[in-house]
Design a protein around this ligand. Sequence first.
Ligand SMILES: [Zn+2]
Length: 244
Amino acid sequence: MTSNTTEQGVKEKISFQLTSEIIRHRLKSEGARFHANDNVSDYIFPGELETLQEEVELRVKDLLKSLLIDIDNDHNSQDTAKRVARMYLNEVFKGRYHKQPNVTDFPNARNLDEIYTLGPISVRSACSHHLVPIIGDCWIGIKPGDKVIGISKFARVADWVFSRPHIQEEAVMILADEIERLCEPKGLAILVKAKHFCMCWRGVKEPDTSMINSIVRGDFRHDPSLKQEFFELVKQQPSALTCN
Ligand SMILES: [Zn+2]
């Protein structure tokens, strides 16, 4: 075999490699974690998201076929695979495949050190176990440090973090890590109240159950009165800590 034909063979082999295999190889060789709630955008090169979407579409088609849905003749299901692939990669799980929205920080010029709370910020996710929706509200309490970020940025970052398959407890921790990284607050408190479709659509079918969890860091953790103040402020908000 000449070197040209060998090269040709290698190229053909590469061209038949699935995009997910190429990206997975990159992740593994860098030792990067790629659990359901991790962002992998740094490992997706330009143009690959489009071919990954095509690959996912083919896989969803196979899933529909295995579910014995006649995708060739059922007019409602003909484009479902395409829609689902687009929805996963660019909408409901965009927080895995797309980079974090740009967040500019500003110096805390007036040395504000009073706590403030934001919320409710609506959050939408899906459980890692069944990929069915988790929909809820999030409240964030901040005791500023040397940097501040615009209020709307918290909602953008929360949306980005939650738009991945999750379990709620880990989603709140990841959001806290991101906010700490972005504005290095002296204190941070986050509370999430969410409805899990895992519980109301399937399983025990309890439509009214919500899960509430919270995380407190920095001054909120060390100072019980500050923590109390955050929960009091959140309680005053409509829909918080009630079962509606
Ligand atoms: Zn589940």
